[in-house]
Each structure stands twice: as structure tokens, then as C-alpha cells.
Design a protein around this ligand. Sequence first.
Ligand SMILES: C[S@@+](CC[C@H](N)C(=O)[O-])C[C@H]1O[C@@H](n2cnc3c(N)ncnc32)[C@H](O)[C@@H]1O
Length: 252
Amino acid sequence: MTINNNAIPKAWPDVWVKGMIKTKNKMGIMTIENSPPSKAFIDFAKIAKKPLLDIGCAYGAVVIPAILNGAKVIGCDLDNEHLSILESSVPQEHRHLLQTTSDSFPNNLRFEKESLSAVHISMVLHFMKGEDILLGLKKCYQWLEPGGKLYIVNMTPYLGLFNWQELSKYYFERVQKGEKWPGEINCKNFAKGGWGDQLPEYAHFFDIHVMRSVAEQSGFTVDDIFYFCYENIPNKYKTNGKEYVGTIASKK
Ligand SMILES: C[S@@+](CC[C@H](N)C(=O)[O-])C[C@H]1O[C@@H](n2cnc3c(N)ncnc32)[C@H](O)[C@@H]1O
């Protein structure tokens, strides 16, 4: 935990399972540990000249340290209760650096062209259909200033919260068949017990190649793209070290 001398903000809901806090709107969980792309976004906050945007920020595990690094940050989340909790978790002396919006990405969220220095979007694209993801990332490209950065985290079909051997087999069969969006899958067919109502009917999974292609089709230059796994999550979700895909990309 990197917020405020290692203390979890008092306003955050209780930890549900190791390293994870449930969202209020049944849209999965917020991970307490910052992923490698999230850490890079938080570091970038030290040098950013324009505001940063975190889409699907939940209670602010990434927004808060980015603010503490001196950036103005816009926290975007569909759920107003998440945003209230975020607001009350930012130390008073830094509150002027926070702006929040519950406008939905990509259709309702709007910014001026070249008005942002970086966009972070972690564990949100899996709720979206492929064409909306493309539309959304193209919008991010427009909102970013030249040299601006995009940081994405998404789940792969290897995540052990599903029957990952079957799910990844099915995913790569879809890749082989040349499906345009091989990761659009009814994930309830592959769900293990425990997550019940936290899972959407369909989820969108990515491997490194499809993720790179989507970022490039949206105009971005990919600086780094890699598989990783969080450390501070239950061991049963860890499989082969490729449970998540992280992308760091630039608007050249
Ligand atoms: C699975 S949580 C991820 C939270 C955090 N970003 C993380 O990686 O731990 C998804 C969050 O994104 C929000 N969200 C989902 N779809 C969204 C959309 N289209 N626009 C804005 N927020 C969205 C949800 O309300 C939820 O708080």
C-alpha cells in the first residue's frame, strides 16, 4: 500500500479478500496494490504539466498517490458513492487537486482536445465491447497532449478466478478462427465459485497481441506491453504469471 504512510484510508470499505475491496455497484473489485502501469502513472504525476485522468478509479488507490505526487487528477467512475469515498480520502490540503466525474466512458465523458497529460484505465475495458473500446481509446488519444501517456491494465484469459485452462483454450481457439474480438466471452460459463454477483455476463479478455493492436489502431505508439500478476491477491487467482496485461503507450 503506497498511500499516506502505508495507511489504508479510513473511508474505504473493508478489504473483501486479500488485497481487494468490493465495488459498491457490483463491478468487480478495486485492487489495493498498484500494478506496474499504475505505478508508472503515479510516477508520471511528478512531471505532468496538465491534468491526469483515471477512468474507473473506484475509491482512488491510484488517484490518491498521483495527487500526493503533485498532479491535478480527474477521478472518473460510474458510481457516485465511490467518488464520495475518494473525495473524503484525499487529505484536505490536497483536495484542490482532485476533480471527479461520474460521466460514463466513452460516450458521456468529454474533454477538450490536448487538455490531459495522461490517462489511466485499469480493469475497466473488460466491461466493454470491442468497438466501444476502440472508440474510447481514440477519444483518449484526442484528449491527450502530444507526448501524453496512456496506461492500461486488463485481465487475460489466464486469471485464476476463472477455470483458466478452459478459458484460455477457448480464447486462443477464437484467435485462431480470426475472430475480430476473440476476448468477448460469456465469462459466467468459466466462472469458479465465490464471485457470484460481482461478475458481468460477458467479459472482455486480452492477450498481449490483441491489446497492442487495439492501442495502435487508436493511434498510440506502444512503449511497453507485458504480462504480470499482482503479489497481494489470493494465491488461488495466480496461475502462470500472465494473469494481467499492462500497456504503456504514448501519443507521439
Ligand atoms: C473492476 S473496478 C476497477 C477499479 C480500479 N481501477 C482497479 O483497477 O482496481 C471497475 C471500476 O470502473 C468503474 N467503471 C466501469 N465501467 C465504467 C465506465 N464505462 N466509465 C466509468 N467508470 C466505469 C466501476 O464503477 C468500477 O468502480
